[in-house]
Design a protein around this ligand. Sequence first.
Ligand code: SAM
Length: 207
Amino acid sequence: MPDGVWRRFLRSVGVVRQFPPPRVEGDAQARAVRGALEAFLARDEDRFRRLFLGGEPLVLADAERPWMEVLVAAGYVTTILAGAVRRCVRVFFLDELFIATDLLAHHDEDQVFSLMLEQVFLVRSMDLRKGDHVLELCLGSGVNALAAARRGAARVLGVDVSERALAFAAMNAAVNLSRERATRPSRRSAGTCSTLLPKGNASISSS
Ligand SMILES: C[S@@+](CC[C@H](N)C(=O)[O-])C[C@H]1O[C@@H](n2cnc3c(N)ncnc32)[C@H](O)[C@@H]1O
């Protein structure tokens, strides 16, 4: 059977599912997501890794249920049975940043890129001075732009051609940059979208 037909069959029976990007409605929900991820990670890093990186479904402990309700509402995980969840996204924790990316099972060409050694290297080695203005071309999940914002850049502009990447980047910005707001990026000109991530009290906006 051709690969595309097989994949469509697996999708139709729910074995392979394509999930929309995670989303939050505002600052309060973004803070709740951040709190839920922090609490879940702090309670048991192994379970956090098994769920979000290993892809194992988890039967929830009582203490985890309130955090998972928050993460279900934001589209990070989905309920598969009463009291059990599986992931909709991968979530990496790198230098205080929670970065959501697509599952590797998201086969479409707009798959939002996972974190690998090169992202870790770049985040940890970027030569940045407070007040710098940063432009990231090919933003993806936004991990590099967000690291720059967290390290004191005055303004960070990320550009990506993919609406899906921009949605993930806006979500990751909302969860990781306190006091800012993330708004839907918009198409600026043919084939190019951007999202702007100012630091401090300014709001995240798009143009
Ligand atoms: C490897 S991924 C993301 C890389 C990201 N900077 C990182 O370190 O995780 C490359 C990204 O480039 C975007 N891209 C490819 N061609 C582009 C173009 N011509 N203009 C803007 N973005 C582009 C893709 O949509 C994709 O999100």
